[in-house]
Design a protein around this ligand. Structure first.
Ligand code: PMV
Length: 349
């Protein structure tokens, strides 16, 4: 039967890893378990338009519009991703696809958009499967499939399909956990963490980060890799316990060590990467001083770049906002930061 043209639309957020994924094996499988909080404001809106293809070619017929304009780079990356899915989604060959995608955050913010972008697209694809064939048995199966597809696009994206937190990788004591997809852990998160803030200080808005493909690859030769993978698995279990108990102090200790360990791994790879900048360290030092003075549980983490994420409970939000404005904006490019919070996960538009 001829497919009736249609469109599907999802908004999916970014996520911030508390315990980091760095190092992979096989087909986008993680070397260690990781756990993340899902964000709210930093998100991608994606519309997938589909219609029958006039002539079925070898690959996938897709064009990607980013903020209203054809984007050749993203189109190529998306085509490769979709062609990789042909063994499970052969029907993609019979369609003409147009993808319209926009990010809620400024493109030049130095914020990686692969997690929100790939998860939004993955959710559209599972909705497309349902539109063309039959609904998946239940919501769990739907999001698990979306997480699986998102992982094939960008590893950390598999954690973005659940709010307010997700685990990816096999964890003892979490029987549903898997290397192939992330699982939501909403019912294991203490209320204090459900209302956490994540303010992203834009130390640098240029995207100087190492391509994550290259970064993960370098772990294969990193002499610390085996110890790191064991540590991350142990910390994932510890973090799950912390998130359940609402222990903001222990949370901060693991969080900050994870950030610095990620960068230590990049610095101890060959070739090495030094992605933190002088202002990253200035922010960290001033934060430590602020913490000594106030005893407030506000802690930092980092992604594969120089920007600093400040995580803290809602109860101290007013104080922390004032602290950022008075003491930290000076170290941010154009005095810019993004105020974000833990979010409830993606939704269909
Ligand atoms: O998802 P990727 O392949 O871009 O890897 C990103 C890994 C980090 O963001 C550095 C850490 C993480 O777990 O999100």
């Amino acid at each position: 039967d001829e497919v009736t043209p249609g469109a599907l639309r999802w908004r999916s957020p970014s996520n911030i890893a508390l315990v980091k994924y760095w190092g992979k094996h096989g087909n986008q499988l993680p070397q260690n378990a990781s756990v993340s909080l899902t964000l709210d404001a930093a998100a991608t809106d994606t519309t997938l338009h589909y219609r029958p293809r006039r002539e079925t070619g070898a690959g996938v017929d897709v064009t990607l519009y980013f903020h209203g304009k054809v984007n050749e780079g993203f189109t190529e990356r998306t085509r490769r991703f979709l062609e990789g899915l042909l063994p499970i989604y052969p029907f993609l060959r019979q369609l003409s696809l147009r993808i319209d995608t926009t990010n809620s955050f400024p493109h030049s913010a130095g914020i990686a958009s692969s997690a929100s972008g790939m998860s939004a697209l993955a959710l559209c694809l599972v909705s497309l499967e349902e539109a063309l064939f039959e609904p998946l048995p239940n919501a769990d199966a739907f999001f698990r499939k979306a997480s699986y597809l998102a992982r094939l696009g960008s590893g950390s994206a598999c954690r973005s399909v659940y709010g307010p937190a997700a685990v990816w990788g096999t964890v003892s004591g979490l029987p549903e956990s898997s290397e192939e997809y992330a699982v939501g852990i909403a019912d294991r998160i203490h209320p204090v963490f459900q209302s956490y803030h994540d303010d992203i200080l834009l130390v640098s808005r240029s995207e100087k980060s190492v391509s994550s493909r290259a970064g993960h690859g370098l772990m294969e030769q990193n002499p610390y890799a085996p110890a790191r993978y064991a540590q991350a698995n142990q910390r994932t279990r510890e973090m799950l316990d912390i998130l359940r108990r609402g222990d903001t102090e222990k949370f901060g200790q693991v969080l900050e060590s994870e950030a610095l360990t990620l960068h230590a791994l990049m610095m101890s790879s060959q070739p090495y990467y030094t992605l933190i900048e002088p202002n990253t360290l200035h922010v960290i030092n001033i934060l430590q001083q602020y913490r000594r003075e106030t005893q407030h549980p506000v802690h930092f983490t980092l992604d594969a770049g120089p920007n600093v994420h400040l995580l803290y409970p809602d109860a101290i939000a007013e104080d922390v906002t004032r602290f950022i404005q008075d003491h930290l904006l000076h170290f941010c490019e154009d005095r810019q930061y993004l105020a974000d919070r833990v979010g409830k996960g993606p939704h269909q538009l």
